[in-house]
Design a protein around this ligand. Sequence first.
Ligand SMILES: [Zn+2]
Length: 258
Amino acid sequence: MESIISITIFILGLLIGSFLNVCIYRIPRGESIAYPPSHCTSCGNNIKSYDLIPVISWIFLSGKCRSCGEKISIRYALVELATAILFLLTYFRYGVSIFLLRYLILIPFLLVIAMIDYDTMEVYTTTTWLAIAMGAVLLGVNFYMREQVATYVYGALLGAGIIIIIILLSKLILGTEGMGWGDAEICGLCGLFLGFKLTLIMIFFSFIIGGVIGVYLLRFKKKNGRSEMPFGPSIIMAAFLSILWGDKILNWYLGTLN
Ligand SMILES: [Zn+2]
């Protein structure tokens, strides 16, 4: 039974990942994510349904469009694989539970937001606020089932609050914003899904990850002139860490203190 659920969740992840690729490509271009059906971005030909199997089609076509032979980035297959692996690890961590549902809703949003932020340095409010609305619905479910609600509200306030404070302080002291309001949305959104404790861990790791990436970019400035890295992907990587191993990391840390 365990393995049937694992395989189902993995395949679900691959399929959702395939849809996320469509979102990541089309949302910044202002295109509809529902219409038209998937087509090659080079020749415009519709992609046949048998060429739309996540990862496998990419390997089978050796990364080329069947019609025009144009290269298809390996990124599409990697996004599909990343979604499936995150889904599977979340299932291993939480089993079939309300938490699994919670994070299976959050993870796809975060992947889309992170990839678009990485590509364009923009955070699209329609995407973040749709995710926040879903988080509010989940709060309603929690309230109805007489489960914890406050921790998620505090998580959201903590996440958004800390970025807003950084923005205001850096404006005051340095005269620049340092971080964007989109980062506050992302961090608040994550807090709304993670709850207070995991949000603390997430914030801690987002600064470590952001710092490491920052130092790397300063040392090895990319040739294409891209020396900036949006902070959103760092928050989102930290959120994934926190969802999967946050409790373990916290226990380990508290253990070393004793
Ligand atoms: Zn083509």
